[in-house]
Design a protein around this ligand. Structure first.
Ligand code: MG
Length: 379
């Protein structure tokens, strides 16, 4: 049994830039869907694919190490270049092994197996709706229309430690495997995917037909497809490896896309554009990551500011005192300091006034000063 493949990537009908990347050939297959502001997404997805190309993993250990290296390379670039901060990518990758494929998968790009006419998704979506579906809280139909369907829960580049799903898939001659970004799976129903995947024996023709199906479905996102076919050893596959737009795939590993711009829409430019939530989708994860950081920073700054402008009355060495800050200790750190000590002994206060001191109510500097200066002096 041998594996032959085709691949295609398209910017789609809405996006200006193609942020997906792919690798296909010589026993190495991957689709990566990058995300991040400006062009950070394409840097992330391309870094992931290039790492696979450089590392050429073959076994499980290599594959895990390659994913880890890709993750660290993306994290490192994101830290060193503010334009790339927060970027990330999905990765659905596989290497050829005896009798099938070994996968590493993270994010919401997908792999499907077409076996004896039946299509089955072999990856789990690491997405909010994916998790909700697995818990039985959403039906597939609800998930497909969910406003937060693009929120992904795992990606490369967003955390120091990466947890890909690693699993083997056995293949028989005749089996077909589809790797795709959500620009395909979000635009084309599974039944249609299965139908097109089984249509031709030429993997490149199938890859191209799948892209066309996604465009016909709206083309709201970048579309990237790698099609792998398991064939008997004797089958002539030199033609079947096909030709990738812009470069020959025969015997070499295809890496793409070659042209990431919207101008690459070429002949499909005249197609109907259906604007939807699609163009906003990928931003969601990035927003959530950076929003959390911003909130944490704002929270810390706000706390410090608030803390310097509030006061409370308490006791200091037996006397009534005015404190700046809030009457709390957080992680062993006092959030307050004494600013004025009255000559009044706490022990001489009457019950009502003592109660007000005990309450440690937060107040203004002026009100606090009025309060402690208005107390009767001690004996
Ligand atoms: Mg996408």
């Amino acid at each position: 049994m041998r594996l032959i493949q085709g691949a295609a990537s398209h910017v789609g009908l809405v996006r200006k830039q193609n942020e997906d990347s792919f690798v296909a050939g010589n026993g190495l297959y991957a689709v990566c869907d990058g995300m991040g502001g400006a062009r950070a997404g394409e840097v992330a997805s391309e870094t992931a694919c290039r790492t696979l190309l450089t590392e050429r993993p073959t076994g499980e250990e290599d594959l895990r190490r390659s994913v880890d290296l890709a993750n660290r390379a993306i994290v490192r670039q994101g830290i060193s270049d503010p334009h790339l901060f927060g970027m990330g990518t999905t990765m659905t990758a596989a290497v050829g092994r005896e009798g099938g494929l070994l996968f590493a998968h993270i994010g919401d790009s997908r792999a499907y197996l077409l076996h004896e006419g039946a299509l089955r998704q072999v990856t789990e979506d690491h997405s909010l709706v994916g998790e909700l579906m697995r818990r039985g809280q959403l039906t597939p139909e609800e998930a497909a229309a969910h406003p937060h369907r693009s929120v992904i829960t795992r990606a490369l580049g967003t955390e120091p430690d990466v947890r890909p799903d690693v699993f083997a898939l056995d293949l028989e001659p005749g089996d077909r495997v589809l790797f795709c970004s959500d620009g395909l799976s979000g635009m084309v129903a599974d039944e249609e995917l299965g139908r097109v995947l089984g249509e031709s024996d030429d993997p490149q023709a199938v890859a191209d037909a799948l892209v066309q199906a996604a465009l016909a479905g709206g083309g709201e996102d970048n579309i990237t497809v790698v099609v792998v076919m398991a064939v008997e050893e004797g089958d002539d596959a030199d033609q079947a490896t096909g030709v990738l737009a812009g470069g020959s795939m025969g015997g070499v590993t295809a890496f793409g896309p070659e042209d990431r711009t919207a101008e690459a829409r070429g002949s499909v430019r005249g197609m109907r554009i259906r604007r939807g939530l699609g163009h906003l989708r990928r931003r969601v994860v990035i927003l959530s990551v950076s929003a959390v950081l911003v909130l944490v920073l704002l929270g810390a700054a706000g706390l410090a500011l608030l803390n310097s402008s509030v006061y409370f009355v308490g006791t200091y060495e037996g006397k009534v005192a005015l404190y700046q800050g809030m009457p709390y200790t957080v992680l062993g750190r006092q959030l307050y300091q004494v600013v004025e000590v009255a000559p009044t002994e706490y022990g001489t206060l009457d019950g009502y006034v003592r109660g007000r001191v005990d309450a440690r109510e937060v107040t203004t500097k002026e009100a606090g000063q009025r309060f402690i200066r208005g107390l009767a002096p001690g004996p």
